[in-house]
Design a binder for this molecule. Structure first.
Ligand code: AMP
Ligand code: MG
Length: 502
């Protein structure tokens, strides 16, 4: 009864699923259905994403559709399953993690021909739930919805959020909280930890099948390379390097960069205690459980290659029959991370500073600004945004100077910056337009997100959530009616902590 449009049919809603992961051997997953919830209520549906997936938003918003998004009904064509994986969490290895509170419904090929996983998160216990109820609280579900969609419009590879549904059931964390289910859309849910799962079991056959699956799905041109698995590893490394640069350039802190939260497709995945920085401080950590600051802002580009080294270890038997030769190859590939990252970061910093050309001293110029910002508690987002106005006209320097405890520090740096700008032909308006297209004015600031969550949780009020989503949908376009959303918090947020929400 499945058709191409996902129309409602007499026997239920059909999604045009094509489930390639389900064709892998049984030991890759556990087949099971989501656990139904008491009173599903649709909180948010991502209309544009639904259409992109070839799904009819009206069908998804209908009672049958909402039942699917809550896990109360299985759409026709679905082959629901929880995926197996392992992972290093804060440096310690767990040979078995897996989807403990998520169910993959299936894969859809979207309108651009991209295969995407449709997964319910918070959908009940699975054989992989070691502890925990398999559920998600409303707060973390809304946070993931907000932040993942914000990352997408900022142009950063990420999983997406198709829908949020409340369950009408409480979940128990430190207190009783309302429960919810998020429908997550990802290029895939293959993680570094998925490879580690099979490597830990010495299951070479599964490793090869998984690598081939990931190559076909995400890196098809690696297949043509002289050494496909080497090319695969190199391309995963390159994507992670670019992703780290993109996080750093917007002040994003993932918070829990464990190997099981590292996507082979190079997407930002597993939004938990993630948050954006307000004042620029490289040591920023928000996650309550990250007491050592392992996943602090500045550590992210060091942790990524650590995670990729763990990935490389799983690939050794595929790289060469001779273990020394395999290790040498893996190390050569991994050495590519740093230059790729540095190049992506510097290119991004040049764009943030409004530079159209490349000169030797650009990295130092950018670093010196960042150092001055750190010493002067400058807001990361607003400083760069207002720098665009200053590029158009020094009359606007006041807005940037405001961001420095000692404005003279900015003035001294601005002299050097303007000398550098003067060596390029672009006029001020052109430069401002380019800078404003790369330096957002709106990000999901912590105090805004917290206000949205409080309204939803305490008052069942989704007005602030809808408003924030409207603001974040166009992050580069200043709109006077949303001026307050661009401002840093007026109250002290220095002790701000985020929680995994598990
Ligand atoms: P995360 O920190 O969300 O990446 O989760 C790490 C691991 O813990 C994954 O295997 C999750 O499936 C599992 N997990 C997290 N929260 C829960 C929960 N409420 N119930 C069962 N398993 C969970
Ligand atoms: Mg995870």
């Amino acid at each position: 009864m499945a058709n191409d449009l996902g129309l409602s049919l007499p026997d239920g809603v059909a999604f045009p699923f094509d489930n390639s992961y389900a064709r892998l051997p049984e030991r890759f997953y556990a087949r099971l259905a989501p656990t139904p919830v008491a009173v599903p209520r649709l909180l948010k549906l991502n209309l544009a994403l639904a259409r992109q997936l070839g799904l009819d938003p009206d069908v998804l918003a209908s009672p049958d559709g909402v039942a699917i998004l809550a896990g109360n009904r299985i759409p026709v064509g679905s082959d629901p399953m929880a995926l197996a994986y392992a992972g290093h969490q804060f440096g310690g290895f767990s040979p078995q993690l897996g989807d403990g509170r998520a169910i993959l419904l299936g894969e859809l090929v979207d309108r651009n021909g991209v295969r995407r996983d449709i997964q319910l998160k918070g959908s009940g216990p699975t054989p992989f739930s070691r502890r925990g109820d398999g559920r998600a609280a409303l707060g973390p579900v809304l946070r993931e919805y907000i932040v993942s969609e914000a990352m997408f419009v900022l142009g950063i590879p990420t999983t997406r959020s198709l829908a949020a549904v409340s369950t009408g059931e409480p979940v128990w964390r430190e207190t009783e909280l309302p429960g919810a289910v998020l429908t997550r859309v990802a290029s895939s849910h293959i993680r570094v930890g998925t490879f580690q799962f099979f490597a830990a079991r010495g299951d070479l056959e599964a490793l090869r099948l998984l690598a081939d699956h990931a190559i076909d799905r995400h890196y098809p041109d690696a297949r043509q390379a002289a050494q496909p698995y080497r090319a695969f590893y190199e391309q995963v490394i390159a994507r992670q390097a670019r992703l780290m640069a993109q996080w750093m350039l917007v002040g994003f802190i993932h918070g829990v960069m464990n190997t099981d939260n590292t996507s082979i497709a190079g997407e930002t995945i597993d939004y938990g205690p993630c948050a954006f920085m307000d004042a620029y401080d490289p040591a920023t950590v928000f996650s309550s459980i990250d007491t050592q600051g392992r996943y602090a802002y500045i550590n992210q580009p060091r942790i990524a290659p650590w995670n990729l080294a763990r990935f490389g270890e799983t690939l050794l038997p595929l790289l060469d029959d001779d273990s020394d030769a395999a290790l040498a190859q893996a190390n050569e590939a991994l050495a590519g991370f740093q230059p790729s990252y540095a190049a992506a970061l510097l290119a991004g910093l040049r764009r943030k500073l409004g530079l159209f050309t490349a000169e030797e001293g650009d990295a130092v110029l950018a670093e010196d600004l960042l150092k001055a910002m750190a010493a002067n508690q400058s807001d990361f987002t607003l400083t760069f945004r207002r720098l665009g106005d200053a590029a158009a006209d020094p009359l606007h320097d006041a807005g940037v100077r405001d961001q420095f405890l000692d404005p003279a520090v900015f003035d001294a740096w601005a002299v050097r910056w303007r000398e550098r700008l003067a060596r390029e032909p672009q006029d001020g308006a052109t430069r401002r337009a380019a800078m404003h297209a790369t330096n957002p004015v709106y990000i999901p600031r912590n105090h805004l997100v917290e206000a949205v969550l409080a309204a939803a949780i305490e008052r069942d009020d989704y007005g602030p959530f809808e408003e924030l989503m409207t603001v974040l949908a166009r992050p580069f376009e200043e709109r006077p009616e949303f001026a307050a959303h661009s401002e840093p918090p007026t109250h002290d947020m220095s002790g701000y902590k985020t929680f995994c929400g598990t």
